[in-house]
Each structure stands twice: as C-alpha cells, then as structure tokens.
Design a protein around this ligand. Structure first.
Ligand code: PLP
Length: 375
C-alpha cells in the first residue's frame, strides 16, 4: 500500500519503462515461467476471458471440471463467448480427478476437445487440483488439447510451476497471494498457446496478446496500464523473493494444517474431503446440520469486525471459509481462529472448545516454524 501511494507517472516515459521491464521480468519468476506473462488492468474474470479468446475458435469444445463455484462461472463465461463446454461433475469436496479427465480424453478419438480448463485452488471449497497429474493424464491420452489453469487463489501461496507442469495458459490475479488490491490479472503463456493464438478465431481486441506482447518487449503497454498497481506489484515481487517462494508455500501449508487442527478440535468438519487436496490458502468449514453459516458470519462480523468467506451457490449457508493467504503470519492466524471460536460460542453453534490451542500446538512446533525473514 505504501508503494502504491505515489504520483502516477507518464506511462510512455523512461521511468515507467524501467518499472515495466522490471515487473514483466519479475512476474515470470512467480509463475515459474521463462515465457512472457501478460498483465491486464482487470479483475481475474478478464484474464479468464483473455485465456479463452486468444487460443480458441467459435464452437470449440472445452472440457471443464466442476470443482465448485468458480469453475462453474468460468464455464458460463466460455459459453457466453460461443464455446461449447462439457463439465465433469464434482461434489465440491475434491479437486479435479486427473484420471477422469484422462479417460474422457482417451474417448475423444477425433480430438474434438480443444482445451482442458481446471481451477487450481477452488476458492469456494478450499480444494486443490493436482495440475501436474492432469497434464500427465493429457499426455498419456496422447491428446493435443491445451491446458488452461486458474491460479487466482493459489499464485504465490501454493506451489505452482507453469513451465515444468506444461501448462499452456495460467490465469492469475493480484488480490490474493500477491497481497495487492484487486485490479491486475495475468495470463502466463506457453509456446503452444502462442502458436494457437495465430489460428484462434474468437473475436478479441482489448484482450489480444499479440500487440501487447510486442509493446511489452520494450517495457511498455499498448493502452494505459494500472501504473500505481504496478508499483505495488514491483514491491510484492520483491517481498516474495525476500521471504523465498518455497518459504511462502511452506508458511501457507502450515497455516492450513493449523487451521484444520482447530476445526477438528472444534468437532467440525473441513469441506475438502481429500487430504492431498487440502488448501494452504483457505479452509472451508461445514456447519453442523449444514445450516446457520451466515448467522455465524454476521455475529463474527458485528462483534469482532472480521469478515469470513460465505458459502457460495450450492453450499450457501452450509459453510464458512477461513482465508489464510497473502500477508499473513502465525499471530494473525491465531487471532483469526480466536474470533471464529468466540463466534461459535456466541452463535450457540454446537462445538468443543480448544481449537485455538490445537492450532497453536501446530504453529509452536519448532520443526515446522517459519517466520518472515528480514529482506
Ligand atoms: N477464479 C477464482 C479461483 C477466484 O477465486 C475468483 C475470485 O475470487 C475468480 C476466478 C474471479 O476473479 P475476479 O473476481 O477477480 O474477477
């Protein structure tokens, strides 16, 4: 926030050019790619659209996986653009099933499916999809479909490797692991995605990669960039490198483990039913009898000024979500869990006390302890 609080400079001048070159190079290290990353002055939804319109043509079939609310929204967006979609149904308690994706691709002998779209960390459920396994399943099926992945709530918080995992387009946003306000979003692209762009027929102008990539080569943008957010991005990249990306991932994993220990001690259930899909960014908690989450959230907001995530669409009022991503440390987590535990009591929700103690036992384990290192 301090980095953003600066005069907005001329985005065609040399000072901006230095900043542009720095953030365009720096953001590649966060996605773990050697290829370019497009930076849009838009929310994540814009980058979803950009990923599709730059690589696909009207009527193309996208295989998508129903991990939860955000996968469903991406599917709707694709349909509005004139794409055909096919959903592999999920129960909102697991990440994507790589085996099911592989089997569907194997059956697609005519190669009608042009893209596989998966949400890495489903923000509505707290379930993480195994992207490496999805890529391997696509490879094992010998299928040429592109792999498009949404990392809006996993980038810079959960281990992610654009190049190594062979992802074609990775969609990201500024407002979560990058610790910035909303307003920037990203497309990291593979060589195969860049090639697909040459023949893709969906109409595009604002989102078109080609002219933007040409301007980016010199550190500039074709239209007015969100200059002040780019000052913030520059600072965020520096902070992430100062801590070390691997330490950032480990910190999020610890906070996820501590939160789940609290939920278990309360006698409540974590929504994500598959331990290998548990999220380091957020934990969704099922209410006893699957009701009353919104009343609990209201009490916690009114009493402690803490806003927990709501259950969305299919799980409305059944769950609440504890976010533990971004600029977050052991003490902010203990405070957060303290607010939840006091709220459960105040709302009369059946539970056992001792969740905060259970979380502190995980956090106090010196073997796993990490704290922010000075730059
Ligand atoms: N994808 C995921 C996983 C999200 O969590 C969100 C928003 O929270 C979006 C997409 C949509 O992004 P935005 O609201 O920034 O447009």
């Amino acid at each position: 926030m301090r980095a953003i609080d600066m005069p907005t400079i001329d985005h065609r001048g040399p000072t901006f050019q230095d900043l542009g070159k720095r953030v365009l190079a720096g953001i590649r290290t966060i996605f773990k790619t050697k290829n370019p990353v497009l930076i849009y002055p838009a929310s994540g939804t814009g980058a979803w659209e950009a990923a599709l319109v730059n690589t696909l043509s009207p009527g193309d079939l996208c295989l998508m996986y129903e991990t939860g609310h955000f996968a469903t929204l991406w599917k709707k967006l694709a349909e509005r653009l004139g794409l055909r979609t096919e959903f592999i149904e999920g129960d909102w308690r697991h990440g994507a099933d790589a085996k099911a994706i592989g089997e569907r691709l194997q059956a697609d002998t005519n190669h009608e499916i042009k893209a596989v779209c998966v949400v890495h960390n489903e923000t509505s459920t707290g379930c993480v999809s195994p992207i490496k396994a999805v890529r391997e399943a696509i490879g094992a099926a010998g299928h040429p479909a592109l792999l498009l992945v949404d990392t809006i709530s996993s980038l810079a918080s959960i281990d992610y490797r654009h190049d190594e995992w062979g992802v074609d387009v990775t969609v990201g946003g500024s407002q979560k692991g990058l610790m910035l306000p909303p307003g920037l979003s990203f497309n990291a692209v593979s060589d195969k995605a860049l090639k697909a762009q040459e023949s893709a027929k969906l109409p595009r102008s604002y989102w078109a990669w080609d002219e933007m990539l040409a301007a980016n080569e010199n550190g500039f943008f074709t239209y007015t960039p969100a200059t002040n957010l780019l000052y913030g991005l520059d600072a965020a990249i520096e902070m992430l490198h100062a801590e070390g990306l691997e330490n950032v991932f480990a910190r999020h994993q610890r906070h996820g483990a501590a939160t789940r220990a609290a939920v278990e001690a309360w006698g409540l259930e974590v929504l994500c039913a598959e331990p290998t899909h548990h999220s380091g960014s957020l934990t969704a908690v099922l209410m006893p009898d699957r009701k009353g989450a919104d009343a609990l959230r209201k009490i916690i907001l009114d009493r402690f000024d803490m806003s927990l995530g709501a259950g969305l669409s299919k799980v409305a009022d059944q769950i609440f979500r504890i976010g533990h991503l971004g600029d977050f440390n052991d003490l902010t987590l203990v405070g957060t869990l303290g607010g939840v535990e006091m709220g459960l009591k105040a709302a009369g929700v059946a539970h056992k006390s001792g969740g905060v103690d259970a979380a502190m036992a995980v956090l106090g384990d010196t073997e796993t302890a990490s704290y922010r290192q000075a730059a």
